[in-house]
Design a protein around this ligand. Structure first.
Ligand code: ZN
Length: 547
């Protein structure tokens, strides 16, 4: 998703010395066990069928959820789902009323008998109430009522019972009863729209693709729908992806400007990574609290983002998420960079391939700056989990994550990098992944051991601070370069590009830096008048050349 505001602006004027002081206290060593949110769930949800009757006056729901689930760990007498608020009226199991109990934040359903590993259970929960979060009854900027879901990270549990964790993906069908003059949008394919006798309409959306609960959404209101493009919709095509905008009628023209390049973005990722993973793509103006939220096949953009019709980097970011985050989902929150770092980087890659390297360089430099001045540098990307999952929306997962991918690409080369990305995607599409899965895919295609790279950039905090001392030896015709890593964190290992310019020449060389202090010599045609370090900015870090 797109964070609404960066928390970093207050730090923009912080000096390097102040950053050093702030970074002085190192965190406790990374502990994978503590980073895990909760133990593996004893059940695996296969499908949800959620029926919602929207009651606009009361801002409430009359609802039912049919949930098919598989028992993962044998011999259980009850299953537990996440559910906050809402009043449960009854629960049915295989056509018979079942006993249930409300627990704090949950719903426990007693099974008719004991169930074993591999057994499938279908429960239907009938409930009603006003969701406190997750599904928002709000008024749009033009004074009309709307209803939009906004689940990230674990707020779906406020409006339907679920295993509300990204590792448990499932198919979903939404059956929404809403006023007839409304449009209802949801994940997957539009299955039916049926007028009801009472002036309302039943709209059914469903997807056969396993979907993370945090992207299972519906939205409803007075919306103008306009097709923006299509992918593969020829007569003999076995798939046809339609791209459309769903926005408030007054904002149609502004939305057309913001989404102008969306067809190009969709086609770009479709050819670079893999075929688009869902049945259609809707770009929806909504009441999401984020700037944009990558709900599977129905991206929700904040109302104001569409109305302002500004930069379309946010559009590229959310479309890239359809592959990374949605189709391949982080199995645990601590690995959120697999979603946000990927979306941030693949947005940059879109501009690199279509608008040129200079545009991408600018975006990458901006991402670097956001990270360097943030408060996040003394924590690793894969960190212990904060109590408040919203704190994960930090520059480690976004900007540093994007830079990790860029440095990985520079390390292994373009072709192996994109081949590794495709292998990682194909292996885990419609499933989940951890950072080690990406490492394995990259190691397989590149034939390199990358454990050190992933460890230093993901599990350790910080970035290199380089001081380079050049010394010209005229007799030998050699430039000696002393490279010192001055950061408060342990030394990093990386290839460093250096450039020397003198009378009649400009040369580049790549130096491997491993230790806290390195010295290399470089035979040059004459005394250099200028020495530059990382001239094209491919290393996340700071560098200063001493005079
Ligand atoms: Zn994002």
């Amino acid at each position: 998703m797109w964070r609404r505001a960066l928390r970093t602006s207050a730090l923009l004027l912080m000096s390097v010395a102040a950053i050093a002081a702030a970074a002085g206290a190192l965190p406790a060593p990374f502990d994978l066990e503590r980073a895990k949110l909760e133990p593996p769930s004893p059940i695996d949800v296969l499908s949800y069928r959620i029926s919602l009757e929207l009651q606009m006056q009361a801002r409430a729901l009359n609802a039912s959820a049919q949930i098919a689930l598989r028992i993962v760990e044998g011999d259980v007498e009850a299953v537990r789902l996440d559910l906050m608020g809402m009043t449960v009226d009854s629960v049915m199991l295989g056509g018979a009323a079942a006993r249930f109990e409300r627990l704090e934040g949950g719903l426990e359903i007693a099974l008719a008998g004991r169930a074993d590993a591999g057994d499938t259970v279908v429960a239907e929960v009938f409930y009603h109430g006003s969701p406190r979060d997750g599904l928002h009854f709000q008024t749009d900027g033009y004074g009309r009522p709307t209803v939009f879901a906004d689940n990230w990270p674990n707020r779906a549990r406020h409006w339907f019972p679920a295993v509300d964790h990204p590792r448990d993906k499932a198919t979903v069908e939404f059956r929404v009863t809403a006023p007839e003059e409304w449009k209802v949008v949801g994940v997957g394919r539009l299955k039916s729209e049926t007028g009801l006798a009472d002036g309302r309409r039943l709209t059914v959306w469903a997807t056969e693709r396993p979907t993370p609960v945090y992207t299972m959404v519906v939205g409803a209101g007075v919306l103008a729908v306009r097709e923006l493009g299509a992918l593969g919709c020829t007569a003999d095509a076995d798939r046809c992806i339609r791209l459309a905008q769903w926005v408030f009628p007054e904002d149609e023209e502004r939305a057309l400007r913001l989404f102008r390049r969306a067809p190009e973005m969709l086609a770009f990722y479709d050819s670079l990574i893999a075929p688009f993973p869902y049945e259609k793509l809707a770009l929806v103006q909504s009441s999401t609290r984020f700037g944009g939220m990558e709900n599977s096949s129905a991206i929700f953009f904040a109302e104001g983002v569409v109305r302002r019709s500004g930069s379309d980097v946010i559009v590229a970011h959310e479309i890239a998420h359809q592959w990374f985050g949605d189709a391949v989902t982080e199995a645990d929150w601590a690995h959120l960079w697999l979603s946000e770092g990927f979306a941030t980087y693949f947005a940059i890659v879109f501009y690199e391939f279509t608008d040129g390297a200079a545009v991408a360089d600018g975006l990458r430099a901006r991402a670097e700056q956001s990270y360097l001045v943030s408060r996040d540098t003394d924590r690793p990307i894969i960190d212990t989990l904060p109590d408040d999952l919203f704190e994960l929306l930090n520059s480690n997962h976004y900007q540093k994550g994007a830079w990790v991918l860029h440095m990985l690409r520079r390390l292994v080369g373009d072709e192996p990098f994109f081949a590794g990305i495709r292998r990682y995607y194909e292996t885990h599409a419609h499933g989940t992944a951890l950072s080690a899965d990406l490492r394995r895919a990259m190691e397989e295609v590149s034939g390199r051991d990358l454990a050190w790279f992933f460890e230093q950039w993901l599990e350790r905090p910080g970035y290199p601070w380089l001081e380079v001392h050049p010394n010209w030896d005229g007799d030998a015709g050699e430039l000696a370069l002393r490279i010192v890593q001055t950061q408060p964190w342990p030394p990093f290992r990386f290839p460093l590009e250096v450039e020397a310019e003198g009378e009649g020449y400009r040369l580049q060389k790549t130096v491997w830096v491993e230790g806290a202090e390195e010295e290399v010599t470089w035979a040059l045609p004459g005394e250099p008048s200028r020495v530059a370090v990382d001239p094209a900015n491919h290393l996340l870090g700071t560098a200063r050349v001493a005079r």
